[in-house]
Design a binder for this molecule. Structure first.
Ligand code: ADP
Length: 345
């Protein structure tokens, strides 16, 4: 039996008790999520998500160092995110709330659904809030969030990648309700990954079997969210494993205004409503992250000089430094992919 090196304040790892009170792992001083309705109280799972082995046997296979890595680097302890923190994306948020969050929080009201939604793919340009939205979903579910990047898994953690993936799902199962967020999921689910018979192929089949297990085991309170800015590089069999595939587009005018207003306030930059409207119009193809960077540049440039707070002129200058990355061609490809494979809502 392994004695894992828990950090102070971490919940000890063990199979989830059906009636225990769940407290999300937050760092000292962080505000806890608003108490929401409890996660469905169910009998303990007989067959957990990690390969179908009984819960008691699993710790034998878990490397304590990998467990520590997952506990310190993969389990997220960020502040809670509310729906209102995600600007725009109105229909996406409504679809997620109706199809994923409410059925989990109020299972009685949705007992008609044969398989509750447990797997979600969010695709769209970089910086459009896919990670933010995933953190919001986790907050709404009052769940533990485990986040790992497909690319990092294959580069930095290559040697231990399979063990890490296995341990992530083990920890998720122990700490359920849990959301496993895999950013840059296409790195693990690339179309070519199944062909070389190598490590990527093993990881891919490992992940696909976790997706299947999570989706079919209604006893498990584990949700898997994949995000990608390159949905086209996944093969159809892989992306179809996600129960719902939602397009997260660039922010519209109202959302840009919302993001800009908040970002400028952080930079102590006060624009008139007319200037804000003009700025929102000028930033049509900017992602949320790019809008943030634009405001940060303006704020930083102004702070380097004595004088009044950042103004519209500082933002004008920042346009030379921050340009939108997504081309029209790429955006058209996203729309096309959405038409073919996206879930309509
Ligand atoms: P993605 O996962 O799509 O690449 P992120 O969620 O990491 O994008 O977004 C990066 C940052 O940009 C967020 O942390 C947030 O500050 C800002 N951002 C992006 N989209 C939005 C949005 N719709 N509403 C509010 N902030 C946003």
């Amino acid at each position: 039996v392994v004695s894992p090196p828990y950090g102070a304040g971490d919940a000890p790892l063990r199979p989830a008790e059906p009636f225990e009170k769940f407290s999300p792992p937050l760092a000292n001083g962080e505000r806890a999520a608003e108490p929401g309705p409890p996660f469905p109280l169910r009998l303990p799972p007989k067959a957990p998500v990690f390969g179908g082995a009984p819960v008691e046997e699993q710790p034998k296979n878990v490397d304590p160092l990998v467990l520590e890595l997952v506990n310190t680097k993969v389990v997220e302890r960020g502040p809670p995110v509310q729906w209102s923190d995600v600007a725009g994306q109105v229909s996406v948020k409504a679809a997620i709330e109706e199809e994923l969050v409410w059925p989990i929080l109020r299972p009685g009201a949705y007992s008609g659904a044969s398989h509750p939604l447990r797997t979600l793919l969010l695709f769209g340009p970089r910086g459009t809030g896919k990670t933010l939205l995933s953190r919001c979903i986790s907050t709404q579910l009052g769940s533990t969030l485990l986040r790992l990047s497909g690319t990092t898994l294959l580069s930095t953690w290559k040697a231990e990648a399979e063990k890490i993936l296995q341990t992530v799902f083990f920890v998720a199962s122990c700490r359920q309700p849990a959301v496993v967020l895999i950013t840059e999921a296409e790195a693990l689910l690339a179309a070519r990954a199944g062909e070389d018979g190598g490590q990527v192929s093993n990881l891919k089949s490992q992940l696909l079997s976790y997706l299947d297990n999570v989706a079919t085991s209604s006893e498990q309170n584990v949700v898997v969210i994949g995000t990608t800015a390159r949905p086209g590089s996944m093969d159809e069999a892989s992306h179809r494993r996600f129960g719902t595939r939602l397009y997260i587009p660039l922010p519209d005018g109202a959302a840009r205004r919302h993001i800009l207003r908040q970002a400028l306030a952080q930079q102590s930059c006060c624009l008139s409503e007319r200037e804000l409207a003009a700025l929102a119009q000028r930033t049509e193809s900017f992602s949320g992250a790019e809008l943030l960077r634009l405001c940060q540049h303006a704020g930083a440039a102004r702070r380097a000089l004595p004088g009044p707070p950042a103004s519209y002129q500082d933002l004008e200058k920042a346009f030379c430094k921050v340009r939108p990355a997504a081309s029209q061609k790429e955006l058209d490809l996203f729309l096309e992919w959405d038409k073919m494979y996206g879930t309509r809502h």
